[in-house]
Design a protein around this ligand. Structure first.
Ligand SMILES: Cc1ncc(COP(=O)(O)O)c(C=O)c1O
Length: 270
């Protein structure tokens, strides 16, 4: 991650090389903090309110002090002003101390190449967070397993992973939601599977309706995904990212990923 600017509660904008956390902050010691990653288009964070809502919900579920939204909004603007990068990635952190942190980093330039080429995906057996204590839908800094899944995908020559549960039910990617299409119907795993309620997922749901696709949210097996006409993932940073194959099974490139990507960019004013 190429850091452009950092702003921290009580101090404002600081040199990105400066330390910002106490050594006893459980964000560091236990991965017990809430965070959000937000795409910035033309200097404006897309769907900031929705990301702050999710951050507040995650913090509550982890048992952190109540999120100070105003403070985070102010820090976000200070960091964005300091970074002065129209297209960037904003990250917000809320730790147990509590520390509020906003960081702006450059957008990695390989995503557009990947979108043009299409991503290769592999399935990995993951944990289905179907008990409340497993923190379903919480975006916390305990992401070592998600990062390990990305590394495993790369080790197997793929670009990203898709988690499936023990029964082969499709869940989500390490940092994405998963979609596929058959004819005019788009399918995506439902939130009751304990997956993250992606802000991009919600945007795509709405845009899909505008584009006259039918959307079915539910519990679907990997075999259904492998038999799709087209598949893609969605996330704040990757936006709508088409797939060329899953577990080595080739998938056609189709129109819906491109249409939804264009609609998302239009909605974001980017
Ligand atoms: C596990 C997981 N699922 C899905 C997503 C996609 O969410 P969003 O569209 O809000 O980026 C993320 C984003 O980081 C994630 O970490």
């Amino acid at each position: 991650m190429s850091l452009l600017a950092v702003a921290v509660a009580g101090r404002g904008v600081v040199d990105p090389a400066e330390p910002v956390l106490r050594a006893d902050d459980e964000a560091l010691l236990r991965g017990r903090a809430a965070f959000e990653t937000i795409r910035v288009y033309a200097g404006v964070p897309f769907k900031l309110a929705e990301h702050l809502d999710r951050l507040a919900g995650s913090a509550e579920r982890i048992g952190l002090p109540e999120v100070n939204r105003l403070e985070l909004e102010t820090l976000a603007q200070e960091a964005l002003d300091a970074a002065a990068a129209p297209d960037a990635v904003l990250r917000l952190y809320w730790t147990p101390t509590p520390v509020a942190l906003a960081m702006v980093s450059a957008l990695a330039d390989h995503y557009e190449d990947l979108r043009a080429r299409g991503q290769r995906l592999i399935s990995l057996r993951g944990v289905r967070a179907d008990e409340p204590w497993l923190l379903p839908g919480v975006k916390s800094t305990s992401y070592a397993v998600n990062m390990a899944a990305e590394a495993e995908a790369r080790r197997q020559g793929a670009d990203d992973a898709i988690f499936v549960d023990r029964q082969g039910t499709v869940l989500e990617g390490p940092t994405t939601n998963v979609w596929w299409r058959r004819e005019r119907t788009l399918y995506t795993p439902s939130l009751d599977l304990g997956i993250l309620a992606g802000v991009t997922r919600a945007a795509v749901l709405e845009l899909a309706g505008d584009l006259r696709y039918t959307v079915e949210e539910g519990q679907f097996g990997l075999t259904e995904l492998l038999a799709a006409d087209e598949a893609f993932t969605s996330s704040t940073v990757r936006e709508v990212m088409p797939a060329t194959d899953v577990d080595g099974v080739p998938l056609s490139r189709g129109p819906s990923a491109d249409e939804l990507q264009a609609a998302l960019r239009q909605a974001a004013g980017g």
